[in-house]
Design a protein around this ligand. Structure first.
Ligand code: SF4
Length: 481
Protein backbone atom coordinates (compact mmCIF):
# COMPACT_ATOMS: atom_id res chain seq x y z
CA UNK A 1 0.00 0.00 0.00
CA UNK A 2 1.30 3.46 -0.86
CA UNK A 3 2.51 5.45 2.16
CA UNK A 4 0.15 8.30 3.00
CA UNK A 5 1.84 11.66 2.95
CA UNK A 6 0.46 14.51 5.06
CA UNK A 7 -0.65 17.82 3.47
CA UNK A 8 2.25 19.62 5.18
CA UNK A 9 4.82 17.23 3.68
CA UNK A 10 3.24 17.61 0.23
CA UNK A 11 3.31 21.41 0.56
CA UNK A 12 6.97 21.32 1.58
CA UNK A 13 7.92 19.12 -1.38
CA UNK A 14 6.28 21.69 -3.66
CA UNK A 15 8.18 24.55 -1.99
CA UNK A 16 11.58 23.05 -2.88
CA UNK A 17 10.46 21.99 -6.36
CA UNK A 18 9.30 25.57 -7.01
CA UNK A 19 12.56 27.12 -5.78
CA UNK A 20 14.48 24.92 -8.22
CA UNK A 21 12.05 25.46 -11.11
CA UNK A 22 12.18 29.26 -10.57
CA UNK A 23 15.99 29.24 -10.64
CA UNK A 24 16.09 27.16 -13.84
CA UNK A 25 13.55 29.50 -15.44
CA UNK A 26 15.45 32.61 -14.31
CA UNK A 27 18.65 31.19 -15.83
CA UNK A 28 16.85 30.49 -19.13
CA UNK A 29 15.62 34.08 -19.19
CA UNK A 30 19.17 35.34 -18.67
CA UNK A 31 18.54 36.52 -15.09
CA UNK A 32 21.14 36.17 -12.36
CA UNK A 33 21.22 32.97 -10.31
CA UNK A 34 23.48 32.75 -7.27
CA UNK A 35 24.82 29.95 -5.12
CA UNK A 36 24.80 30.47 -1.37
CA UNK A 37 26.12 28.74 1.72
CA UNK A 38 23.27 27.39 3.83
CA UNK A 39 23.47 29.95 6.64
CA UNK A 40 24.24 33.08 4.64
CA UNK A 41 21.55 35.67 5.53
CA UNK A 42 19.05 34.81 2.79
CA UNK A 43 17.04 37.88 3.80
CA UNK A 44 19.63 40.08 2.04
CA UNK A 45 19.31 38.28 -1.31
CA UNK A 46 15.51 38.31 -0.95
CA UNK A 47 15.58 42.13 -0.79
CA UNK A 48 16.83 42.02 -4.40
CA UNK A 49 14.45 39.27 -5.61
CA UNK A 50 17.44 37.10 -6.44
CA UNK A 51 17.18 33.41 -7.26
CA UNK A 52 19.55 31.49 -5.05
CA UNK A 53 20.56 27.82 -4.96
CA UNK A 54 22.26 26.06 -2.04
CA UNK A 55 25.25 23.81 -2.84
CA UNK A 56 25.25 21.99 0.52
CA UNK A 57 21.68 21.06 0.00
CA UNK A 58 22.38 20.16 -3.60
CA UNK A 59 25.32 17.95 -2.59
CA UNK A 60 23.16 16.15 -0.01
CA UNK A 61 20.59 15.46 -2.76
CA UNK A 62 23.27 14.23 -5.18
CA UNK A 63 24.66 11.96 -2.46
CA UNK A 64 21.19 10.63 -1.62
CA UNK A 65 20.72 9.90 -5.33
CA UNK A 66 23.89 7.75 -5.11
CA UNK A 67 26.04 10.04 -7.26
CA UNK A 68 28.25 11.29 -4.42
CA UNK A 69 31.11 8.95 -5.22
CA UNK A 70 31.38 9.75 -8.94
CA UNK A 71 31.25 13.50 -8.21
CA UNK A 72 33.75 13.30 -5.31
CA UNK A 73 36.08 11.30 -7.55
CA UNK A 74 35.64 13.91 -10.31
CA UNK A 75 36.75 16.64 -7.89
CA UNK A 76 39.73 14.54 -6.82
CA UNK A 77 40.67 14.10 -10.49
CA UNK A 78 40.57 17.89 -10.80
CA UNK A 79 43.19 18.04 -8.04
CA UNK A 80 41.05 18.58 -4.93
CA UNK A 81 42.19 16.46 -1.99
CA UNK A 82 39.98 13.62 -0.88
CA UNK A 83 40.22 14.92 2.70
CA UNK A 84 38.10 17.95 1.76
CA UNK A 85 34.44 17.82 2.81
CA UNK A 86 32.35 15.66 0.44
CA UNK A 87 29.79 18.46 -0.05
CA UNK A 88 32.60 20.76 -1.19
CA UNK A 89 34.04 18.13 -3.55
CA UNK A 90 30.63 17.45 -5.13
CA UNK A 91 29.95 21.17 -5.51
CA UNK A 92 33.40 21.95 -6.93
CA UNK A 93 33.05 19.16 -9.50
CA UNK A 94 29.59 20.48 -10.41
CA UNK A 95 30.88 24.06 -10.70
CA UNK A 96 33.63 22.76 -13.01
CA UNK A 97 30.87 21.42 -15.28
CA UNK A 98 30.99 17.75 -14.25
CA UNK A 99 27.69 15.88 -14.31
CA UNK A 100 26.50 12.37 -13.49
CA UNK A 101 24.94 11.04 -16.66
CA UNK A 102 23.22 7.95 -17.95
CA UNK A 103 25.49 5.83 -20.13
CA UNK A 104 24.56 6.01 -23.81
CA UNK A 105 24.91 3.65 -26.72
CA UNK A 106 25.62 6.25 -29.40
CA UNK A 107 24.71 3.86 -32.22
CA UNK A 108 21.20 3.17 -30.99
CA UNK A 109 20.75 6.31 -28.89
CA UNK A 110 19.50 4.05 -26.04
CA UNK A 111 20.77 4.04 -22.46
CA UNK A 112 22.97 1.10 -21.44
CA UNK A 113 21.28 -0.61 -18.50
CA UNK A 114 23.29 -1.64 -15.45
CA UNK A 115 22.38 -5.29 -14.70
CA UNK A 116 23.09 -4.73 -10.98
CA UNK A 117 20.26 -2.17 -10.74
CA UNK A 118 16.53 -2.73 -10.30
CA UNK A 119 14.23 -4.42 -7.83
CA UNK A 120 13.34 -8.14 -7.91
CA UNK A 121 10.39 -8.86 -10.23
CA UNK A 122 7.33 -10.13 -8.38
CA UNK A 123 4.44 -12.21 -9.75
CA UNK A 124 0.74 -11.45 -9.26
CA UNK A 125 0.89 -13.18 -5.83
CA UNK A 126 3.76 -10.96 -4.69
CA UNK A 127 6.33 -13.79 -4.98
CA UNK A 128 9.83 -13.11 -6.35
CA UNK A 129 10.18 -14.49 -9.90
CA UNK A 130 13.26 -16.72 -10.33
CA UNK A 131 15.14 -16.74 -13.62
CA UNK A 132 15.33 -20.40 -14.70
CA UNK A 133 18.59 -19.91 -16.59
CA UNK A 134 20.54 -18.39 -13.68
CA UNK A 135 18.55 -19.58 -10.68
CA UNK A 136 18.66 -15.99 -9.39
CA UNK A 137 15.76 -13.56 -8.90
CA UNK A 138 14.74 -11.76 -12.09
CA UNK A 139 14.90 -7.96 -12.11
CA UNK A 140 11.83 -5.81 -12.75
CA UNK A 141 12.73 -4.09 -16.06
CA UNK A 142 10.71 -1.00 -15.05
CA UNK A 143 13.02 -0.30 -12.12
CA UNK A 144 16.35 -0.98 -13.84
CA UNK A 145 18.68 1.99 -14.30
CA UNK A 146 21.37 2.85 -16.85
CA UNK A 147 25.04 2.79 -15.81
CA UNK A 148 26.23 6.10 -14.36
CA UNK A 149 29.08 7.85 -16.15
CA UNK A 150 30.69 11.27 -15.78
CA UNK A 151 30.09 13.94 -18.40
CA UNK A 152 31.02 17.59 -18.74
CA UNK A 153 28.60 20.34 -19.75
CA UNK A 154 31.37 22.51 -21.18
CA UNK A 155 32.51 19.67 -23.44
CA UNK A 156 28.90 19.14 -24.50
CA UNK A 157 28.41 22.87 -25.17
CA UNK A 158 31.52 22.90 -27.38
CA UNK A 159 30.08 20.16 -29.64
CA UNK A 160 28.56 21.17 -32.97
CA UNK A 161 24.74 21.27 -32.97
CA UNK A 162 23.39 17.81 -33.71
CA UNK A 163 22.46 14.38 -32.47
CA UNK A 164 25.40 13.72 -30.14
CA UNK A 165 25.00 17.09 -28.43
CA UNK A 166 21.27 16.55 -27.90
CA UNK A 167 21.66 12.97 -26.66
CA UNK A 168 24.42 13.85 -24.20
CA UNK A 169 22.48 16.84 -22.85
CA UNK A 170 19.41 14.65 -22.32
CA UNK A 171 21.51 11.91 -20.68
CA UNK A 172 22.44 14.11 -17.69
CA UNK A 173 20.51 12.72 -14.73
CA UNK A 174 17.13 14.42 -14.58
CA UNK A 175 16.72 14.83 -10.82
CA UNK A 176 16.64 18.48 -9.73
CA UNK A 177 19.97 18.63 -7.89
CA UNK A 178 21.81 17.54 -11.08
CA UNK A 179 20.02 20.25 -13.06
CA UNK A 180 20.72 23.44 -11.14
CA UNK A 181 22.05 26.36 -13.21
CA UNK A 182 25.70 27.35 -13.01
CA UNK A 183 26.23 30.34 -10.69
CA UNK A 184 26.49 34.00 -11.74
CA UNK A 185 27.66 35.00 -8.24
CA UNK A 186 28.33 33.30 -4.90
CA UNK A 187 27.27 34.26 -1.37
CA UNK A 188 29.37 32.79 1.40
CA UNK A 189 29.10 32.97 5.18
CA UNK A 190 31.66 30.94 7.12
CA UNK A 191 29.44 30.55 10.22
CA UNK A 192 28.91 26.98 8.96
CA UNK A 193 32.63 26.18 8.82
CA UNK A 194 35.85 27.56 7.45
CA UNK A 195 36.00 25.05 4.62
CA UNK A 196 33.25 27.22 3.10
CA UNK A 197 35.63 30.10 2.56
CA UNK A 198 38.06 28.19 0.32
CA UNK A 199 35.26 26.24 -1.35
CA UNK A 200 33.45 29.42 -2.45
CA UNK A 201 36.66 31.24 -3.32
CA UNK A 202 37.47 28.35 -5.65
CA UNK A 203 34.06 28.48 -7.31
CA UNK A 204 34.38 32.24 -7.79
CA UNK A 205 37.84 31.84 -9.29
CA UNK A 206 36.84 28.89 -11.46
CA UNK A 207 33.77 30.63 -12.88
CA UNK A 208 35.24 34.15 -12.73
CA UNK A 209 32.23 35.49 -10.83
CA UNK A 210 31.78 37.79 -7.81
CA UNK A 211 32.03 36.37 -4.30
CA UNK A 212 30.17 38.20 -1.53
CA UNK A 213 31.62 37.08 1.77
CA UNK A 214 30.42 37.46 5.35
CA UNK A 215 33.02 36.45 7.88
CA UNK A 216 31.64 35.25 11.22
CA UNK A 217 34.40 34.72 13.79
CA UNK A 218 34.39 31.59 15.92
CA UNK A 219 32.61 32.23 19.23
CA UNK A 220 34.88 31.43 22.16
CA UNK A 221 32.16 32.48 24.58
CA UNK A 222 28.51 31.47 24.93
CA UNK A 223 27.34 35.08 24.53
CA UNK A 224 28.12 36.82 21.25
CA UNK A 225 30.33 39.80 21.98
CA UNK A 226 29.13 43.29 20.92
CA UNK A 227 32.33 43.78 18.92
CA UNK A 228 31.38 40.74 16.81
CA UNK A 229 27.95 42.22 16.16
CA UNK A 230 29.46 45.52 15.02
CA UNK A 231 31.98 43.71 12.80
CA UNK A 232 29.31 41.54 11.16
CA UNK A 233 26.80 44.40 10.74
CA UNK A 234 29.50 46.28 8.84
CA UNK A 235 29.79 43.28 6.54
CA UNK A 236 26.00 43.16 6.05
CA UNK A 237 26.23 46.77 4.84
CA UNK A 238 29.05 45.83 2.51
CA UNK A 239 27.10 42.80 1.18
CA UNK A 240 24.12 45.08 0.47
CA UNK A 241 26.38 47.48 -1.38
CA UNK A 242 27.88 44.61 -3.43
CA UNK A 243 24.42 43.26 -4.25
CA UNK A 244 23.35 46.74 -5.38
CA UNK A 245 26.33 46.85 -7.74
CA UNK A 246 25.63 43.32 -8.99
CA UNK A 247 21.92 43.80 -9.66
CA UNK A 248 21.85 47.50 -10.50
CA UNK A 249 18.94 47.79 -8.02
CA UNK A 250 18.53 49.64 -4.74
CA UNK A 251 18.19 47.68 -1.51
CA UNK A 252 14.43 47.24 -0.95
CA UNK A 253 13.81 47.56 2.77
CA UNK A 254 10.19 46.39 2.52
CA UNK A 255 11.21 43.17 0.74
CA UNK A 256 13.96 42.67 3.31
CA UNK A 257 11.51 43.07 6.21
CA UNK A 258 9.05 40.74 4.51
CA UNK A 259 11.77 38.07 4.15
CA UNK A 260 12.76 38.56 7.82
CA UNK A 261 9.13 38.11 8.90
CA UNK A 262 8.86 34.93 6.81
CA UNK A 263 12.18 33.58 8.08
CA UNK A 264 10.94 34.07 11.66
CA UNK A 265 7.59 32.42 10.91
CA UNK A 266 9.41 29.49 9.29
CA UNK A 267 11.83 29.19 12.22
CA UNK A 268 9.05 29.21 14.83
CA UNK A 269 7.04 26.56 12.99
CA UNK A 270 10.18 24.48 12.35
CA UNK A 271 11.20 24.57 16.02
CA UNK A 272 7.66 23.53 16.96
CA UNK A 273 7.96 20.61 14.51
CA UNK A 274 11.35 19.65 16.02
CA UNK A 275 9.86 19.81 19.54
CA UNK A 276 7.10 17.32 18.70
CA UNK A 277 9.85 14.69 18.90
CA UNK A 278 9.64 15.13 22.68
CA UNK A 279 6.40 13.13 22.72
CA UNK A 280 6.47 9.49 23.72
CA UNK A 281 6.11 7.68 21.39
CA UNK A 282 7.42 10.27 18.95
CA UNK A 283 4.96 11.04 16.12
CA UNK A 284 7.82 10.82 13.63
CA UNK A 285 11.60 10.45 13.64
CA UNK A 286 14.73 12.55 13.29
CA UNK A 287 15.06 11.08 9.78
CA UNK A 288 11.80 12.84 8.87
CA UNK A 289 13.34 16.09 10.12
CA UNK A 290 16.42 15.52 7.96
CA UNK A 291 14.11 15.19 4.96
CA UNK A 292 12.84 18.73 5.54
CA UNK A 293 16.27 20.33 5.83
CA UNK A 294 16.07 21.24 2.14
CA UNK A 295 13.01 23.43 2.80
CA UNK A 296 14.52 25.23 5.77
CA UNK A 297 17.74 25.88 3.91
CA UNK A 298 16.44 26.82 0.46
CA UNK A 299 13.25 28.67 1.27
CA UNK A 300 13.12 29.86 4.89
CA UNK A 301 12.54 33.50 3.84
CA UNK A 302 9.50 32.73 1.68
CA UNK A 303 5.81 32.87 2.58
CA UNK A 304 5.29 29.46 0.96
CA UNK A 305 7.83 27.80 3.31
CA UNK A 306 6.39 29.52 6.39
CA UNK A 307 2.88 28.37 5.49
CA UNK A 308 4.00 24.83 4.64
CA UNK A 309 5.83 24.44 7.96
CA UNK A 310 2.81 25.75 9.85
CA UNK A 311 0.72 23.18 8.00
CA UNK A 312 3.21 20.42 8.89
CA UNK A 313 3.06 21.53 12.51
CA UNK A 314 -0.73 21.24 12.61
CA UNK A 315 -0.56 17.84 10.84
CA UNK A 316 1.73 16.60 13.60
CA UNK A 317 -0.53 17.98 16.30
CA UNK A 318 -3.32 15.87 14.83
CA UNK A 319 -1.00 12.83 14.59
CA UNK A 320 -0.17 13.17 18.30
CA UNK A 321 -3.87 13.48 19.22
CA UNK A 322 -4.58 10.32 17.22
CA UNK A 323 -1.58 8.53 18.80
CA UNK A 324 -0.05 7.94 15.36
CA UNK A 325 3.54 7.92 14.14
CA UNK A 326 5.45 7.69 10.87
CA UNK A 327 7.95 5.30 12.50
CA UNK A 328 7.15 1.85 11.08
CA UNK A 329 8.02 -0.09 14.27
CA UNK A 330 7.26 0.11 18.00
CA UNK A 331 9.58 2.54 19.78
CA UNK A 332 11.64 0.58 22.34
CA UNK A 333 14.59 2.94 22.63
CA UNK A 334 14.98 6.64 21.93
CA UNK A 335 18.33 8.01 20.81
CA UNK A 336 19.93 11.24 19.73
CA UNK A 337 21.63 11.02 16.33
CA UNK A 338 24.63 13.30 16.39
CA UNK A 339 25.79 14.85 13.14
CA UNK A 340 24.72 14.77 9.53
CA UNK A 341 23.35 11.47 8.20
CA UNK A 342 25.22 9.40 5.60
CA UNK A 343 22.93 10.41 2.74
CA UNK A 344 24.06 7.68 0.30
CA UNK A 345 23.44 5.05 2.98
CA UNK A 346 20.10 6.01 4.51
CA UNK A 347 18.56 2.50 4.16
CA UNK A 348 21.68 0.97 5.74
CA UNK A 349 21.49 3.51 8.61
CA UNK A 350 17.84 2.79 9.20
CA UNK A 351 17.93 -1.05 9.00
CA UNK A 352 19.60 -1.95 12.33
CA UNK A 353 17.69 0.83 14.10
CA UNK A 354 14.43 -0.69 12.91
CA UNK A 355 15.57 -4.21 13.85
CA UNK A 356 16.25 -3.12 17.45
CA UNK A 357 13.26 -0.76 17.83
CA UNK A 358 15.52 2.31 18.07
CA UNK A 359 13.82 5.57 17.18
CA UNK A 360 15.88 8.69 16.53
CA UNK A 361 14.00 11.21 18.65
CA UNK A 362 16.64 13.92 18.84
CA UNK A 363 19.00 15.51 16.35
CA UNK A 364 21.27 18.53 16.66
CA UNK A 365 21.54 19.40 12.97
CA UNK A 366 17.88 20.20 12.30
CA UNK A 367 16.99 22.72 15.07
CA UNK A 368 20.26 24.56 14.32
CA UNK A 369 18.41 26.04 11.35
CA UNK A 370 15.54 27.38 13.46
CA UNK A 371 16.57 30.81 14.68
CA UNK A 372 14.26 33.61 15.70
CA UNK A 373 15.20 37.29 15.97
CA UNK A 374 13.43 40.62 16.55
CA UNK A 375 15.86 43.19 15.22
CA UNK A 376 19.06 43.56 13.23
CA UNK A 377 21.42 42.95 16.18
CA UNK A 378 19.52 39.83 17.19
CA UNK A 379 19.61 38.68 13.59
CA UNK A 380 23.40 39.03 13.55
CA UNK A 381 23.65 37.14 16.85
CA UNK A 382 21.42 34.38 15.45
CA UNK A 383 23.70 33.98 12.43
CA UNK A 384 26.66 33.58 14.81
CA UNK A 385 25.18 30.40 16.25
CA UNK A 386 25.82 27.41 14.03
CA UNK A 387 27.00 23.98 15.23
CA UNK A 388 30.62 24.58 14.17
CA UNK A 389 30.93 28.22 15.16
CA UNK A 390 30.09 27.94 18.86
CA UNK A 391 32.34 27.01 21.77
CA UNK A 392 32.27 23.57 23.36
CA UNK A 393 30.31 24.82 26.42
CA UNK A 394 27.50 26.03 24.16
CA UNK A 395 27.64 22.77 22.19
CA UNK A 396 27.37 20.65 25.35
CA UNK A 397 24.50 22.82 26.66
CA UNK A 398 22.55 22.39 23.40
CA UNK A 399 22.99 18.63 23.44
CA UNK A 400 22.16 18.16 27.09
CA UNK A 401 19.00 20.24 26.68
CA UNK A 402 17.83 18.32 23.65
CA UNK A 403 18.68 14.90 25.17
CA UNK A 404 16.72 15.72 28.33
CA UNK A 405 13.74 17.31 26.57
CA UNK A 406 13.51 14.53 24.00
CA UNK A 407 13.99 11.83 26.64
CA UNK A 408 16.71 9.81 24.99
CA UNK A 409 18.11 6.51 26.26
CA UNK A 410 21.36 6.75 24.31
CA UNK A 411 23.37 8.66 21.76
CA UNK A 412 24.64 7.56 18.35
CA UNK A 413 27.51 9.72 17.12
CA UNK A 414 28.43 9.94 13.47
CA UNK A 415 32.18 10.56 13.21
CA UNK A 416 31.84 12.15 9.82
CA UNK A 417 35.04 12.06 7.80
CA UNK A 418 33.81 14.97 5.70
CA UNK A 419 32.93 17.28 8.56
CA UNK A 420 36.14 17.63 10.51
CA UNK A 421 35.17 20.71 12.53
CA UNK A 422 32.14 18.84 13.85
CA UNK A 423 33.77 15.45 14.40
CA UNK A 424 37.02 16.90 15.74
CA UNK A 425 35.58 18.16 19.02
CA UNK A 426 32.98 15.42 19.25
CA UNK A 427 35.03 13.04 21.40
CA UNK A 428 35.36 15.62 24.19
CA UNK A 429 31.79 16.86 23.72
CA UNK A 430 30.50 13.28 23.89
CA UNK A 431 32.56 12.60 27.02
CA UNK A 432 31.04 15.62 28.76
CA UNK A 433 27.37 15.19 27.91
CA UNK A 434 27.21 11.42 28.38
CA UNK A 435 28.86 11.80 31.81
CA UNK A 436 26.41 14.51 32.83
CA UNK A 437 23.37 12.64 31.53
CA UNK A 438 24.40 9.07 32.36
CA UNK A 439 23.33 7.77 28.96
CA UNK A 440 25.41 5.32 26.88
CA UNK A 441 26.91 6.45 23.64
CA UNK A 442 28.30 4.70 20.55
CA UNK A 443 30.19 6.23 17.67
CA UNK A 444 30.61 5.02 14.11
CA UNK A 445 32.74 6.20 11.19
CA UNK A 446 31.02 7.48 8.10
CA UNK A 447 30.62 10.28 5.68
CA UNK A 448 27.66 12.42 4.72
CA UNK A 449 28.36 12.26 0.98
CA UNK A 450 31.20 9.89 0.10
CA UNK A 451 30.01 6.28 0.49
CA UNK A 452 33.60 4.98 0.42
CA UNK A 453 33.95 6.11 4.04
CA UNK A 454 31.07 4.13 5.52
CA UNK A 455 31.27 0.52 6.67
CA UNK A 456 27.89 -1.12 7.13
CA UNK A 457 29.22 -3.97 9.30
CA UNK A 458 30.98 -1.59 11.70
CA UNK A 459 27.82 0.53 11.95
CA UNK A 460 25.63 -2.49 12.69
CA UNK A 461 28.00 -3.68 15.43
CA UNK A 462 28.03 -0.23 17.04
CA UNK A 463 24.23 -0.01 17.02
CA UNK A 464 24.05 -3.46 18.56
CA UNK A 465 26.55 -2.41 21.26
CA UNK A 466 24.54 0.71 22.00
CA UNK A 467 21.34 -1.31 22.31
CA UNK A 468 23.01 -3.70 24.79
CA UNK A 469 24.30 -0.76 26.83
CA UNK A 470 20.87 0.92 26.82
CA UNK A 471 19.30 -2.36 27.96
CA UNK A 472 21.76 -2.61 30.86
CA UNK A 473 21.17 1.02 31.88
CA UNK A 474 17.44 0.40 31.80
CA UNK A 475 17.74 -2.67 34.04
CA UNK A 476 19.96 -0.77 36.44
CA UNK A 477 17.49 2.11 36.66
CA UNK A 478 14.57 -0.29 37.20
CA UNK A 479 16.52 -2.08 39.97
CA UNK A 480 17.26 1.26 41.67
CA UNK A 481 13.64 2.47 41.39
S1 SF4 B 1 30.04 22.14 8.10
FE1 SF4 B 1 30.99 20.17 7.73
S2 SF4 B 1 29.63 19.23 6.25
FE2 SF4 B 1 29.16 21.39 6.23
S3 SF4 B 1 30.42 22.22 4.62
FE3 SF4 B 1 31.58 22.42 6.51
S4 SF4 B 1 32.87 20.60 6.61
FE4 SF4 B 1 31.27 20.23 5.10
Amino acid sequence: MAKTVSPGVLALRKVVDDVHADARQAHKEGKLVGWSSSKFPCELAAAFDLNVMYPENQAAGIAANRDGEIMCQAAEDLGFDNDICGYARISLAYAAGKRASRKLDMTTGEYVINPASGKPLKDENGKVVIDEATGKPKKDPKTMQPFTVLDDIYEIEALPEGREKELRKAAIKPYRQMQIPQPDFVLCCNNICNCMTKWYENIARMRNIPLIMIDVPYNNTVEVDDSYVAYIRGQFDNAIHELEKLTGKKFDEKKFEHACANANRTAKAWLKVCDYLQHKPAPYSGFDLFNHMADVVTARGTTAAAEAFELLSSDLEETIKAGGTTTPFPEQYRVMFEGIPCWPKLPALFKPLKEHGVNVTAVVYAPAFGFVYNNMDEMVRAYCKAPNSVCIEQGVEWREGICRDNKVDGVLVHYNRSCKPWSGYMAEMQRRFTKDLGVPCAGFDGDQADPRNFNEAQYETRVQGLVEAMEETKKLKEAQA
